[in-house]
Design a protein around this ligand. Sequence first.
Ligand code: KG4
Ligand code: ZN
Length: 367
Amino acid sequence: MSETFWPADNPAGTATLPSPLAQKQPIADWDEDSLVLGIETSCDETSAAVVKGGREILSNVIVSQGELHGEYGGIVPEIAARSHVEALTPAIGEALMRADATFWDLDAVAATLGPGLIGALLVGVAEAKAISAALEIPFVGVNHLEAHIYSSLLADPAADFPALCLIISGGHTILAHAFGHGSYEILGSTIDDAAGEAFDKVARFLGLEYPGGPEIDRLSLIGNPDAVAFPRAMINEPGFDVSYSGLKTAVINYVRRLEAKGEPVVVEDIAASFQKAAVDVQVAKTLAAVDLVGAERVFLCGGVAANSGLRGGLGEACEAKGVKLFVPPLELCTDNAAMVAACATAMLRRGVYHSLDVSPDPNLPLV
Ligand code: KG4
Ligand code: ZN
């Protein structure tokens, strides 16, 4: 015998759960001292942070799952979700403690709504909604790509919009023009692999540890970047799209040819040459976009923004053009909850928040 728990005029799935904001402060009361708890669980980092007034990081706890996935050579979604379940509540407790705050000091709670792994996203969003309901504070669902842009604003008080943003990570490679808070235009993106994905796949092929990006970067410091002339795909083509799949294949074919001839494979030279090719393309496309939109500021964000070659190459190119490059410190480049809280604060200032029946979206686009 089946039972119906929902009234006939309000069938399951259509009931709305309004934000508790209605019971708390009006948006106009939002001020520089407001505290937002950010939660990030889109991929393989569990993070909780408390940010004051959208710009001051009081705490930013990041629990990396890197070692759990290492033996599989890539992220296993089921393991990521289970690990978030274990790590998130302690991470929130730690973030509050480091911020010298309690749950009752919070003015809002935010979690990454997407893009990301659906099981992983659900963990953070469910916990954020529970906190929102219990404390009667607004819940804000944040776009992970937009949050990466806010890492630049968090890192430097001089950072401001408009800016040209290169969001370059394990899942995305996007060149976007940010006109202001919540107002973006995508100029170009990868047509195949994301940059970080290519770094990780090449590293895996070379027998390096996961995640491979930092390993390639480390080896590049001792290798010769001019040892192998790998292709700079699409560098001379109009537009701002990039492609990493051909570069990855070129590395694989090069190593296989050496092995077939019985010649030594100098891993650090291959890593340095691969990194140089990837960086050259990204720097050229970013500078071309700077010219197109007349940008005075460039924000470099996302996990691959930690890459020393990219930071250095783009830094020199921007300096030569008189353009200011903003690059967050390493802990704000990779996935973290401080950027989620900062992005949420800007949304709340515009009156944007969510009802509690909003669902995570693994394919949420930037615009
Ligand atoms: O932003 P992120 O933490 O997660 C995603 O949203 O994807 O980026 C992770 C990616 C991984 O592919 C990792 O290999 C890459 O960033 N990464 C690096 C470096 N540090 C992290 N890639 C190149 N050089 C690095 N130093
Ligand atoms: Zn990310």
